[in-house]
Ligand binder design. Structure first.
Ligand code: ACO
Length: 157
């Protein structure tokens, strides 16, 4: 992984940095929902050649559990290991802070994402039925499947 991107770095955005909405909205189509969780989250980016090419948003759900609310990579650079790089950095960060678990939610239709998260050790623990039908104004489709249910995956650290 990442053989072609040796000069990639992982860094936390400060409150003065502009939010990379073009990336954040790839993972979550609702700016309103994104803005709601950004207020209480840490935002980290992958920097390649001085440019932000990926984002990952960490939201504390308790003193020892963190939820990855958003992870996204520039579409031109997807499939090159940057998503894996972001999540692996978060696993290291959370482990170094003695956190107990990482949570991530995704839709029943997000086949690639479900593959990625399970390869990194996350396990499906809960299904929130009709979450996307009830919380988003328009129907969402991916891979010709309607996004209806939210699958919650957890990795114990
Ligand atoms: N179809 C099939 N498999 C996929 C796909 C896909 N579209 N995307 C990722 N994968 C899987 C593959 O299994 C791949 O493993 P492989 O390389 O052995 O084939 C694995 O993920 C690793 O892929 P990476 O290259 O590390 O992932 P990438 O850099 O593309 O980042 C991400 C993954 C963040 C999901 C990216 O594709 C993206 O930005 N997508 C749009 C936004 C999005 O859907 N974000 C997640 C929403 S859920 C949330 O944010 C909590």
């Amino acid at each position: 992984m990442l053989k072609q991107h040796k000069n990639i770095t992982f860094r936390k955005l400060s409150s003065n940095d502009p939010m990379p909405y073009e990336l954040l909205l790839l993972a979550d189509p609702s700016k309103e929902i994104v803005d709601r969780y950004l207020k209480n989250s840490g935002v980290y980016t992958a920097i390649l050649d001085g440019e932000s090419v990926g984002v990952i948003v960490l939201f504390p759900i308790s003193s020892n559990e963190i939820e990855i609310k958003n992870v996204a990579v520039n579409p031109a650079l997807q499939g090159q290991g940057i998503g894996t790089y972001l999540i692996e950095n978060v696993i290291q960060l959370a482990t170094s802070k003695n956190k107990k678990s990482l949570h991530i939610g995704t839709a029943n239709s997000s086949i690639g994402q479900l593959s990625l998260y399970q390869k990194l050790g996350f396990e499906i623990m809960e299904i929130k039925k009709d979450f996307f039908v009830d919380n988003y104004p328009q129907p969402i489709y991916e891979n010709n499947i309607q996004a209806k249910h939210l699958l919650v995956l957890i990795k114990n650290l």
